[in-house]
Design a protein around this ligand. Structure first.
Ligand code: TGC
Ligand code: FAD
Length: 403
C-alpha cells in the first residue's frame, strides 16, 4: 500500500453503521438471511469501508476485491452451489446486494454484474460444458466477467443493436462495439449480445485474448469511481461456435438477466439510502448550532422522519418482491417499480442527508456525496428512471409508449 494511501486509511473514520428496522422486518427474515446479511456487513466494514473513499478519490478499481467477493459468497448467492453459486434464495441475494451497496454502489456493480449478468445467463442459457467451464471460476472470483448489451447508439433501445456475427462454418465472425460496460477493462470474459445474419439476438461468450477483441477503459467519471467501466470492441473476432449460448435467443434473453440484476439493485439502493440516513441521524445528534444539537430543530426532524418513512416503505416492497422472486412469480413491471422507486428514494435521501451534514456533507469524511454521485449512475443504468416509468405505463394501459 502506498504511503499516502495508508495515511488516508489510518485517518478514516470508523464505520459505525446501524441499519434501521422500524417495522421489525427482521421478523420476516430467516436465520440464513440474517447470517448472510451479517457476514456481508462484517466483510464490508473490514474490506471496503476503510478504503473506499481513497479508491474513489483516485478512481481506482481494487481488483483484489474480486477474489475476496468470491470467498465471502457475494457472486451469485441465489444460484446453485454446483454451478458456483451459494444455493440460497432471492432474499439472501437481495440482502447481500443491500450490504455491499451500503458500502459503495460501484462495489455492488462488480458483484451484481458477475452474479446476475454473467453467471446467470451462462447458468440459464448455457450448455452444460459452458456451465462447467466458467461458473465455478466466476463464483470463486478466479475469473471476472462483464455483460455487453448497450452500444454507443443504442442504450434504452437495445433491440436496435448493430453488433453482429456471421457464420463462417467452423466459427462466428463478430463485429461491432459496446459502451458503458461495467468491469470490462479487467474482465476475463464478456457475455455479449449480438445479431446473427437473420437479425436475431444471441448471447456469445467472448474471452480476453481473442484476436481483434479489446476493452478500452472509460475515464473521467464523477460517479462509480471505484468501479471500472469501459468499451468492448470487436474487430473481426473469431468466436468458437461452442461459445454461443444455446438456451435462448431474442431480446427476451438479456431482458431476463436484467430482471435479476434490477431486482438486486432495488435492494442495493436501499443499502445506500440506509447509510445516508444513518450518517445524517448521527451527525444531527452530535452537531451543535445555536447551542443545541441540530437534531432538535423541527426542519431537521422532518427530514429524518421522511427518510425513515421512505426507507421503511422500500424495505417492505423489496421483501415482498423477494418472496415473489422466490416463487417465480415476480413480473418485469413489479421489478421496474421497485428499481425505480428505490433508486429515486435513495437519491432523494442522499440529497437531504447532504444538507443535514452542511459543508461536511461534500467531503469524503462522510459517505454522502459519494453515494449521491454513485446513485446518479444507478438511476440511469439497468433501464433509466423514465424507461421504468414507461414499463409500468405499458403494464397499466397495455399500450407501449417507447416508440
Ligand atoms: P419489447 O418489444 O417490449 O420486447 C422484445 C422482446 O423481448 C421480450 N421481453 C422479455 N422477455 C423476458 N423477460 C423480460 N423482462 C422481457 N422484456 C421483454 C418480449 O416479450 C419480446 O419478445 P418477442 O419474442 O415477442 O420478440 O422490447 P422493446 O424493444 O420495445 O424494448 C422495451 C424496453 C424499452 C422496455 C427495453 O428494451 C428496456 O428495458 N430498455 C432499457 C435497456 C436497459 O435496461 N439496459 C441495461 C443494460 S445493462 C446495464 O445497464 C448494466 S449496469 C450493471 C451495473 O453496473 O450494476
Ligand atoms: P439514452 O437511451 O440515450 O437515454 C437518454 C435519455 O432519454 C434518458 O433520460 C432516457 O430516459 C430518455 N429516453 C430514451 N428513450 C426514451 C423514450 N422512449 N421515452 C422517453 N424517454 C426516453 N450497459 C451494459 O450493457 N452493461 C453494463 O455493464 C453497463 N454498465 C454501465 C455502467 C455505468 C456507469 C453506466 C452509466 C451505464 C452502464 N450501462 C451498461 C449502460 C446503461 O444501461 C445505459 O446508460 C442506459 O440503459 C441508458 O442508455 P443511454 O445512456 O444510451 O441513454
Amino acid at each position: 500500500m502506498s504511503e499516502v494511501l495508508s495515511k488516508n486509511v489510518k485517518s478514516m473514520k470508523k464505520d459505525l453503521f446501524e441499519s434501521p428496522d422500524f417495522y421489525q422486518i427482521d421478523d420476516l427474515l430467516t436465520e440464513e438471511h440474517k447470517l448472510v446479511r451479517s457476514s456481508i456487513r462484517d466483510f464490508v466494514k473490514k474490506e471496503i469501508s476503510p478504503y473506499i473513499e481513497d479508491w474513489c478519490q483516485k478512481a481506482h478499481f481494487p481488483y483484489e476485491i474480486v477474489k475476496k467477493f468470491g470467498e465471502v459468497g457475494a457472486f451469485g448467492p441465489q444460484l446453485p452451489t454446483e454451478y458456483g453459486g451459494g444455493g440460497m434464495d432471492y432474499i439472501a441475494y437481495g440482502l447481500a446486494m443491500q450490504e455491499i451497496e451500503r458500502g459503495d454502489s460501484g462495489m455492488r456493480s462488480t458483484a451484481s454484474v458477475q452474479g446476475s449478468l454473467v453467471m446467470y445467463p451462462i447458468y440459464k442459457f448455457g450448455s452444460e460444458e459452458q456451465r462447467k467451464k466458467y461458473l465455478p471460476k466466476l463464483g470463486s472470483g478466479e475469473m471476472l466477467g462483464c455483460f455487453g448489451l448497450t452500444e454507443p447508439d443504442h442504450g434504452s433501445n437495445p433491440s436496435g443493436m448493430t453488433t453482429n456475427f456471421v457464420d463462417k462454418g467452423d466459427h462466428y465472425l463478430l463485429n461491432g462495439a459496446k459502451m458503458w460496460i461495467s468491469n470490462s477493462p479487467k474482465a476475463d470474459i464478456a457475455v455479449v449480445w449480438a445479431k446473427n445474419e437473420a437479425g436475431r439476438i444471441h448471447g456469445l461468450i467472448v474471452e480476453r485474448g481473442m484476436e481483434g477483441f479489446s476493452t478500452p477503459e472509460t475515464h473521467g467519471k464523477w460517479s462509480l469511481r471505484a468501479s471500472t467501466t469501459g468499451e468492448l470492441v470487436f474487430d473481426n473476432v473469431k468466436v468458437p461456435k461452442e461459445n454461443l449460448l444455446p438456451g435462448k435467443s431474442g431480446l427476451g434473453a438479456p431482458m431476463m438477466c436484467l430482471d435479476s440484476a434490477r431486482y438486486g439493485i432495488s435492494w442495493g439502493a436501499l443499502g445506500a439510502a440506509m447509510d445516508c440516513y444513518d450518517s445524517a441521524r448521527r451527525y444531527a445528534i452530535e452537531r451543535i448550532q445555536f447551542d443545541k444539537p441540530i437534531a432538535s430543530f423541527q426542519l431537521i426532524q422532518k427530514k429524518l422522519a421522511e427518510m425513515l418513512t421512505e426507507i421503511t416503505k422500500a424495505q417492505l416492497v423489496t421483501w415482498r418482491l423477494g418472496k415473489l422472486m422466490n416463487e417465480g412469480k415476480a413480473t418485469t413491471a413489479q421489478i421496474s417499480l421497485a428499481k425505480r422507486n428505490n433508486v429515486a428514494m435513495a437519491l432523494e435521501i442522499a440529497r437531504e442527508a447532504r444538507q443535514i451534514h452542511g459543508g461536511m456533507g461534500i467531503t469524503g469524511e462522510y459517505p454522502i456525496m459519494r453515494h449521491m454521485m454513485n446513485l446518479e449512475s444507478v438511476v440511469t443504468y439497468e433501464g433509466t428512471h423514465d424507461i421504468h416509468l414507461l414499463i409500468l405505463g405499458n403494464e397499466i394501459t397495455g399500450i407501449p409508449a417507447f416508440k
